[in-house]
Design a protein around this ligand. Sequence first.
Ligand code: ATP
Ligand code: MG
Length: 75
Amino acid sequence: MTTTTQQATQETVAASARGLTKTYGQGDAQVHALRGVDLDLPRGRFTAIMGPSGSGKSTLMHCLAGLDQASGGTV
Ligand SMILES: Nc1ncnc2c1ncn2[C@@H]1O[C@H](COP(=O)(O)OP(=O)(O)OP(=O)(O)O)[C@@H](O)[C@H]1O
Ligand SMILES: [Mg+2]
């Protein structure tokens, strides 16, 4: 069943992530680049993703674009 709210969301959201995680490496070398990201990018707008170097901006973009596979969560 699709509710009216869900239909409106599908029409206005270009991409979304829920509980997105990305972990590089293993053991002591493990890096949690994304830890449970929830995000909706609105359709037809410019969105800036800002943060310090190494905060996971490129990792997030790669996962949202399907260029890299997330460790967990959904896109
Ligand atoms: N292929 C990889 N293997 C191991 N660690 C990685 C890899 N790619 C990214 N990382 C690590 O994941 C974290 C997030 O990196 P990412 O490149 O997504 O950050 P960023 O916000 O895009 O940084 P910048 O502003 O420097 O481009 C960093 O700690 C980085 O060292
Ligand atoms: Mg980057």
